[in-house]
Design a protein around this ligand. Structure first.
Ligand code: SF4
Length: 361
Protein backbone atom coordinates (compact mmCIF):
# COMPACT_ATOMS: atom_id res chain seq x y z
CA UNK A 1 0.00 0.00 0.00
CA UNK A 2 1.27 3.45 -0.95
CA UNK A 3 1.97 5.47 2.23
CA UNK A 4 0.76 8.71 0.62
CA UNK A 5 -2.52 7.39 -0.75
CA UNK A 6 -5.79 8.33 0.85
CA UNK A 7 -8.82 6.23 -0.09
CA UNK A 8 -12.30 7.74 0.17
CA UNK A 9 -15.72 6.19 -0.21
CA UNK A 10 -19.30 7.35 0.19
CA UNK A 11 -22.60 5.90 1.38
CA UNK A 12 -24.25 4.63 4.53
CA UNK A 13 -23.33 0.93 4.70
CA UNK A 14 -20.36 1.20 7.04
CA UNK A 15 -19.38 -2.47 6.96
CA UNK A 16 -19.36 -2.62 3.18
CA UNK A 17 -17.50 0.69 2.93
CA UNK A 18 -14.80 -0.56 5.31
CA UNK A 19 -14.28 -3.72 3.28
CA UNK A 20 -14.14 -1.68 0.09
CA UNK A 21 -11.51 0.70 1.53
CA UNK A 22 -9.32 -2.04 2.95
CA UNK A 23 -9.45 -4.08 -0.26
CA UNK A 24 -8.64 -1.06 -2.43
CA UNK A 25 -5.67 -0.15 -0.21
CA UNK A 26 -4.36 -3.75 -0.05
CA UNK A 27 -4.06 -3.33 3.71
CA UNK A 28 -3.09 -6.96 4.34
CA UNK A 29 0.09 -6.60 2.27
CA UNK A 30 1.49 -4.19 4.86
CA UNK A 31 0.81 -6.30 7.96
CA UNK A 32 3.44 -8.81 9.10
CA UNK A 33 2.22 -12.42 9.13
CA UNK A 34 1.00 -13.48 12.57
CA UNK A 35 0.89 -9.88 13.87
CA UNK A 36 -1.24 -9.03 16.89
CA UNK A 37 -3.63 -6.34 15.67
CA UNK A 38 -5.30 -3.79 17.94
CA UNK A 39 -8.46 -2.02 16.76
CA UNK A 40 -9.05 1.32 18.47
CA UNK A 41 -12.48 2.88 17.88
CA UNK A 42 -13.57 6.15 19.47
CA UNK A 43 -15.93 5.31 22.36
CA UNK A 44 -15.45 8.55 24.23
CA UNK A 45 -18.91 8.36 25.79
CA UNK A 46 -21.54 5.61 26.16
CA UNK A 47 -23.68 6.80 23.27
CA UNK A 48 -24.55 4.94 20.02
CA UNK A 49 -22.84 6.02 16.81
CA UNK A 50 -25.91 7.73 15.37
CA UNK A 51 -25.44 10.45 18.01
CA UNK A 52 -22.26 11.55 16.22
CA UNK A 53 -19.70 10.82 18.96
CA UNK A 54 -18.65 7.20 18.58
CA UNK A 55 -17.39 4.87 15.85
CA UNK A 56 -20.01 2.74 14.11
CA UNK A 57 -19.44 -0.88 15.25
CA UNK A 58 -20.14 -2.00 11.67
CA UNK A 59 -16.79 -0.41 10.71
CA UNK A 60 -14.91 -2.49 13.25
CA UNK A 61 -16.91 -5.52 12.14
CA UNK A 62 -15.90 -4.89 8.51
CA UNK A 63 -12.24 -4.56 9.54
CA UNK A 64 -12.41 -7.85 11.48
CA UNK A 65 -14.01 -9.57 8.51
CA UNK A 66 -11.29 -8.29 6.19
CA UNK A 67 -8.44 -9.19 8.54
CA UNK A 68 -9.82 -12.69 9.20
CA UNK A 69 -10.24 -13.29 5.47
CA UNK A 70 -6.54 -12.48 5.10
CA UNK A 71 -5.46 -14.92 7.79
CA UNK A 72 -5.02 -12.62 10.80
CA UNK A 73 -6.22 -14.25 13.99
CA UNK A 74 -4.81 -12.28 16.90
CA UNK A 75 -7.24 -9.36 17.01
CA UNK A 76 -8.44 -7.20 19.89
CA UNK A 77 -10.57 -4.10 20.40
CA UNK A 78 -9.31 -1.57 22.94
CA UNK A 79 -10.42 1.80 24.24
CA UNK A 80 -10.56 4.03 27.27
CA UNK A 81 -13.49 6.48 27.40
CA UNK A 82 -12.96 10.05 28.54
CA UNK A 83 -12.48 11.02 32.17
CA UNK A 84 -15.75 10.53 34.03
CA UNK A 85 -17.21 7.92 31.63
CA UNK A 86 -17.01 4.14 32.06
CA UNK A 87 -15.54 2.30 29.08
CA UNK A 88 -17.44 -0.89 29.99
CA UNK A 89 -20.69 1.05 29.73
CA UNK A 90 -19.59 2.47 26.38
CA UNK A 91 -18.78 -1.04 25.10
CA UNK A 92 -22.39 -2.06 25.84
CA UNK A 93 -24.18 1.11 24.77
CA UNK A 94 -22.25 1.43 21.51
CA UNK A 95 -22.83 -2.19 20.43
CA UNK A 96 -19.26 -3.42 20.98
CA UNK A 97 -20.09 -6.06 23.58
CA UNK A 98 -22.49 -7.69 21.13
CA UNK A 99 -19.89 -7.34 18.36
CA UNK A 100 -17.22 -8.94 20.52
CA UNK A 101 -19.45 -11.91 21.31
CA UNK A 102 -20.53 -12.28 17.70
CA UNK A 103 -17.01 -12.12 16.26
CA UNK A 104 -15.06 -13.70 19.13
CA UNK A 105 -12.71 -10.70 19.43
CA UNK A 106 -11.85 -9.63 23.00
CA UNK A 107 -12.58 -6.14 24.32
CA UNK A 108 -10.04 -4.40 26.55
CA UNK A 109 -10.91 -1.48 28.79
CA UNK A 110 -7.62 0.38 28.91
CA UNK A 111 -8.67 2.15 32.11
CA UNK A 112 -7.88 -1.20 33.75
CA UNK A 113 -4.62 -1.75 31.88
CA UNK A 114 -1.09 -1.35 33.22
CA UNK A 115 0.79 1.68 31.89
CA UNK A 116 4.46 2.22 31.09
CA UNK A 117 6.41 5.44 30.86
CA UNK A 118 7.78 6.12 27.39
CA UNK A 119 10.13 8.89 26.28
CA UNK A 120 8.53 11.49 23.99
CA UNK A 121 9.65 14.84 22.52
CA UNK A 122 8.13 16.54 25.59
CA UNK A 123 9.36 14.10 28.24
CA UNK A 124 8.03 10.93 29.84
CA UNK A 125 4.44 9.89 29.15
CA UNK A 126 2.38 7.07 30.70
CA UNK A 127 0.85 4.92 27.93
CA UNK A 128 -1.24 1.74 28.35
CA UNK A 129 0.79 -1.40 27.82
CA UNK A 130 -1.65 -3.10 25.43
CA UNK A 131 -1.43 -0.15 23.05
CA UNK A 132 2.37 -0.19 23.18
CA UNK A 133 2.62 -3.95 22.75
CA UNK A 134 0.31 -4.47 19.75
CA UNK A 135 2.28 -5.32 16.60
CA UNK A 136 -0.10 -3.38 14.36
CA UNK A 137 -2.42 -0.61 15.41
CA UNK A 138 -5.56 0.39 13.51
CA UNK A 139 -7.18 3.59 14.71
CA UNK A 140 -10.85 4.04 13.81
CA UNK A 141 -11.75 7.60 14.80
CA UNK A 142 -14.83 9.67 14.11
CA UNK A 143 -14.20 12.96 12.32
CA UNK A 144 -15.74 15.49 14.72
CA UNK A 145 -15.53 18.99 16.04
CA UNK A 146 -13.81 19.59 19.36
CA UNK A 147 -14.44 22.45 21.75
CA UNK A 148 -10.73 22.98 22.52
CA UNK A 149 -8.78 21.78 19.48
CA UNK A 150 -11.50 22.49 16.84
CA UNK A 151 -11.13 19.04 15.25
CA UNK A 152 -10.61 15.50 16.47
CA UNK A 153 -9.71 12.63 14.16
CA UNK A 154 -6.82 10.11 13.99
CA UNK A 155 -4.14 11.84 16.08
CA UNK A 156 -6.40 12.76 18.96
CA UNK A 157 -8.08 9.34 19.00
CA UNK A 158 -4.83 8.01 20.52
CA UNK A 159 -5.70 9.79 23.75
CA UNK A 160 -7.72 6.66 24.51
CA UNK A 161 -4.37 4.86 24.98
CA UNK A 162 -3.76 6.78 28.18
CA UNK A 163 -4.70 6.16 31.80
CA UNK A 164 -7.08 8.82 33.14
CA UNK A 165 -4.36 10.48 35.20
CA UNK A 166 -2.33 11.04 32.03
CA UNK A 167 -5.39 12.32 30.16
CA UNK A 168 -5.80 14.99 32.85
CA UNK A 169 -2.11 15.84 32.60
CA UNK A 170 -2.50 16.25 28.81
CA UNK A 171 -4.94 19.07 29.47
CA UNK A 172 -2.64 20.65 32.02
CA UNK A 173 0.05 20.61 29.29
CA UNK A 174 -2.25 22.38 26.83
CA UNK A 175 -3.37 19.32 24.79
CA UNK A 176 -1.62 20.13 21.49
CA UNK A 177 1.97 19.30 22.40
CA UNK A 178 1.16 16.01 24.17
CA UNK A 179 -1.19 14.85 21.38
CA UNK A 180 1.59 15.42 18.84
CA UNK A 181 4.20 13.82 21.11
CA UNK A 182 2.06 10.71 21.55
CA UNK A 183 1.83 10.38 17.76
CA UNK A 184 5.61 10.13 17.62
CA UNK A 185 5.90 7.27 20.11
CA UNK A 186 2.72 5.35 19.23
CA UNK A 187 1.83 6.25 15.70
CA UNK A 188 -1.12 4.25 14.34
CA UNK A 189 -0.19 1.99 11.42
CA UNK A 190 -3.52 2.50 9.70
CA UNK A 191 -6.35 5.03 10.04
CA UNK A 192 -9.92 4.22 9.00
CA UNK A 193 -12.09 7.28 9.57
CA UNK A 194 -15.80 7.23 10.30
CA UNK A 195 -17.25 10.36 8.75
CA UNK A 196 -20.76 9.04 8.34
CA UNK A 197 -22.51 11.32 10.80
CA UNK A 198 -19.89 12.83 13.12
CA UNK A 199 -20.89 15.78 15.27
CA UNK A 200 -19.10 18.80 13.81
CA UNK A 201 -19.51 20.84 17.00
CA UNK A 202 -19.42 18.55 20.02
CA UNK A 203 -16.91 15.76 20.68
CA UNK A 204 -19.49 13.99 22.84
CA UNK A 205 -22.17 14.13 20.10
CA UNK A 206 -25.80 15.13 20.28
CA UNK A 207 -25.99 17.10 17.03
CA UNK A 208 -24.78 14.63 14.36
CA UNK A 209 -24.38 15.78 10.76
CA UNK A 210 -24.92 13.16 8.02
CA UNK A 211 -21.86 13.45 5.77
CA UNK A 212 -21.96 9.83 4.57
CA UNK A 213 -18.32 9.08 3.89
CA UNK A 214 -15.28 7.20 5.16
CA UNK A 215 -11.61 7.51 4.37
CA UNK A 216 -8.49 5.44 4.95
CA UNK A 217 -4.81 6.30 5.05
CA UNK A 218 -1.56 5.25 6.66
CA UNK A 219 -0.28 8.66 7.65
CA UNK A 220 -2.29 10.05 10.60
CA UNK A 221 -1.03 13.59 9.97
CA UNK A 222 -2.21 13.46 6.37
CA UNK A 223 -5.51 11.87 7.43
CA UNK A 224 -6.12 14.64 9.97
CA UNK A 225 -5.19 17.31 7.43
CA UNK A 226 -7.72 15.83 5.01
CA UNK A 227 -10.39 15.77 7.74
CA UNK A 228 -9.69 19.42 8.54
CA UNK A 229 -10.10 20.41 4.93
CA UNK A 230 -13.44 18.60 4.76
CA UNK A 231 -14.55 20.63 7.77
CA UNK A 232 -13.37 23.89 6.22
CA UNK A 233 -10.48 24.25 8.67
CA UNK A 234 -6.92 25.03 7.61
CA UNK A 235 -4.87 22.18 9.19
CA UNK A 236 -2.00 24.61 9.80
CA UNK A 237 -4.29 26.37 12.28
CA UNK A 238 -4.59 23.19 14.37
CA UNK A 239 -1.43 23.29 16.43
CA UNK A 240 -1.10 19.56 17.16
CA UNK A 241 -1.19 18.62 13.47
CA UNK A 242 1.68 20.97 12.64
CA UNK A 243 3.66 19.80 15.67
CA UNK A 244 3.14 16.13 14.77
CA UNK A 245 4.50 16.91 11.31
CA UNK A 246 7.48 18.80 12.72
CA UNK A 247 8.31 15.90 15.05
CA UNK A 248 8.20 13.37 12.22
CA UNK A 249 4.85 11.61 12.75
CA UNK A 250 3.76 12.29 9.16
CA UNK A 251 3.15 14.97 6.55
CA UNK A 252 0.05 17.10 6.07
CA UNK A 253 0.65 17.80 2.37
CA UNK A 254 -1.97 16.18 0.09
CA UNK A 255 -1.48 16.17 -3.68
CA UNK A 256 -4.66 15.74 -5.79
CA UNK A 257 -3.33 12.43 -7.12
CA UNK A 258 -2.96 11.14 -3.52
CA UNK A 259 -6.73 10.98 -3.06
CA UNK A 260 -8.38 7.90 -4.57
CA UNK A 261 -12.15 8.15 -4.67
CA UNK A 262 -13.79 4.73 -4.81
CA UNK A 263 -17.27 6.07 -5.52
CA UNK A 264 -18.79 9.13 -7.06
CA UNK A 265 -18.62 11.91 -4.44
CA UNK A 266 -21.75 13.54 -5.85
CA UNK A 267 -23.78 10.92 -3.95
CA UNK A 268 -22.63 12.30 -0.59
CA UNK A 269 -23.89 15.47 1.04
CA UNK A 270 -21.38 18.33 1.19
CA UNK A 271 -19.85 19.27 4.51
CA UNK A 272 -21.56 22.29 6.01
CA UNK A 273 -19.42 25.34 6.71
CA UNK A 274 -18.13 25.57 10.32
CA UNK A 275 -20.91 27.07 12.41
CA UNK A 276 -18.71 28.73 15.04
CA UNK A 277 -21.34 27.58 17.54
CA UNK A 278 -18.87 26.50 20.22
CA UNK A 279 -17.01 29.83 20.05
CA UNK A 280 -20.30 31.66 20.48
CA UNK A 281 -21.39 29.48 23.40
CA UNK A 282 -18.07 29.85 25.21
CA UNK A 283 -17.49 33.57 24.74
CA UNK A 284 -17.86 34.11 28.52
CA UNK A 285 -15.90 31.04 29.59
CA UNK A 286 -12.43 31.44 31.08
CA UNK A 287 -10.64 28.12 30.81
CA UNK A 288 -7.23 27.01 31.96
CA UNK A 289 -6.27 23.37 31.35
CA UNK A 290 -9.81 21.96 31.47
CA UNK A 291 -10.25 18.25 30.74
CA UNK A 292 -12.28 17.41 27.61
CA UNK A 293 -15.17 15.88 29.54
CA UNK A 294 -15.39 18.86 31.89
CA UNK A 295 -15.29 21.42 29.10
CA UNK A 296 -17.56 19.37 26.83
CA UNK A 297 -20.19 19.04 29.56
CA UNK A 298 -20.07 22.79 30.18
CA UNK A 299 -20.47 23.51 26.47
CA UNK A 300 -23.45 21.17 26.34
CA UNK A 301 -25.03 22.85 29.35
CA UNK A 302 -24.53 26.25 27.69
CA UNK A 303 -26.10 24.90 24.50
CA UNK A 304 -29.24 23.94 26.42
CA UNK A 305 -29.15 27.15 28.46
CA UNK A 306 -29.50 29.23 25.27
CA UNK A 307 -33.20 28.34 25.03
CA UNK A 308 -33.93 28.46 28.75
CA UNK A 309 -32.15 31.73 29.49
CA UNK A 310 -30.99 33.61 26.38
CA UNK A 311 -29.87 36.55 28.57
CA UNK A 312 -27.31 34.55 30.56
CA UNK A 313 -23.98 36.38 30.29
CA UNK A 314 -22.16 35.42 33.52
CA UNK A 315 -18.49 34.58 33.33
CA UNK A 316 -17.70 30.91 34.07
CA UNK A 317 -14.29 29.61 35.11
CA UNK A 318 -13.13 26.05 34.43
CA UNK A 319 -9.97 23.96 34.49
CA UNK A 320 -7.08 22.58 36.47
CA UNK A 321 -5.33 25.95 36.37
CA UNK A 322 -7.77 27.26 38.99
CA UNK A 323 -7.02 24.51 41.52
CA UNK A 324 -6.42 25.95 44.98
CA UNK A 325 -7.36 29.51 43.96
CA UNK A 326 -10.12 31.59 45.56
CA UNK A 327 -12.05 33.95 43.30
CA UNK A 328 -15.41 35.59 42.68
CA UNK A 329 -17.63 33.95 40.06
CA UNK A 330 -19.01 30.64 38.84
CA UNK A 331 -16.47 27.81 38.79
CA UNK A 332 -17.34 24.57 36.98
CA UNK A 333 -15.76 21.37 38.32
CA UNK A 334 -13.99 20.52 41.55
CA UNK A 335 -10.80 22.26 40.36
CA UNK A 336 -12.76 25.50 40.72
CA UNK A 337 -13.93 24.69 44.24
CA UNK A 338 -12.50 28.06 45.38
CA UNK A 339 -15.04 30.02 43.31
CA UNK A 340 -17.71 32.00 45.18
CA UNK A 341 -20.27 29.93 43.21
CA UNK A 342 -18.71 26.48 42.70
CA UNK A 343 -20.25 23.61 40.72
CA UNK A 344 -18.87 20.40 42.27
CA UNK A 345 -17.89 17.25 40.36
CA UNK A 346 -14.93 15.86 38.49
CA UNK A 347 -16.30 16.35 35.96
CA UNK A 348 -19.79 17.66 36.76
CA UNK A 349 -22.35 16.39 34.25
CA UNK A 350 -24.24 18.72 31.93
CA UNK A 351 -27.51 18.44 33.91
CA UNK A 352 -25.83 19.50 37.13
CA UNK A 353 -24.03 22.40 35.42
CA UNK A 354 -27.21 23.56 33.72
CA UNK A 355 -29.15 23.56 37.00
CA UNK A 356 -26.32 25.38 38.77
CA UNK A 357 -26.20 28.06 36.05
CA UNK A 358 -29.96 28.56 36.25
CA UNK A 359 -29.72 28.82 40.06
CA UNK A 360 -26.78 31.21 39.88
CA UNK A 361 -28.80 34.07 38.39
S1 SF4 B 1 -12.72 19.12 37.72
FE1 SF4 B 1 -12.72 19.07 35.50
S2 SF4 B 1 -10.82 20.08 34.86
FE2 SF4 B 1 -10.61 19.51 37.03
S3 SF4 B 1 -9.61 17.47 36.95
FE3 SF4 B 1 -11.84 17.15 37.10
S4 SF4 B 1 -12.49 16.90 34.99
FE4 SF4 B 1 -10.45 17.88 34.92
Amino acid sequence: MNDRRLYVTYGGDARRMTLELMEAAHVADGIPAGASIALKPNLVVPSPADGGATTHPEIVEGAIEYLRAHGFRELSIMESSWVGARTEQAFSACGYRALSERCGVPLYDLKKDAARTVATPIGGMRVCARALDADYLITLPVLKGHCQTRVTCALKNSKGFLPDSEKRRFHALGLHRPIAALAVVRRPDLCIVDSICGDLNFEEGGTPVPTMRMFLGRDPVMVDAYGCRLMGIDPREVEYIGLAERWGAGRMEIAPEDVVSLRDPSHAPAFPKPSGLVSKLTRNVVQDSACSACYGNLVHALYRLRDLDPDFHERIFIGQGFKGKRFEGIGSGSCCGGASCPIPGCPPDADRILQALLDAK
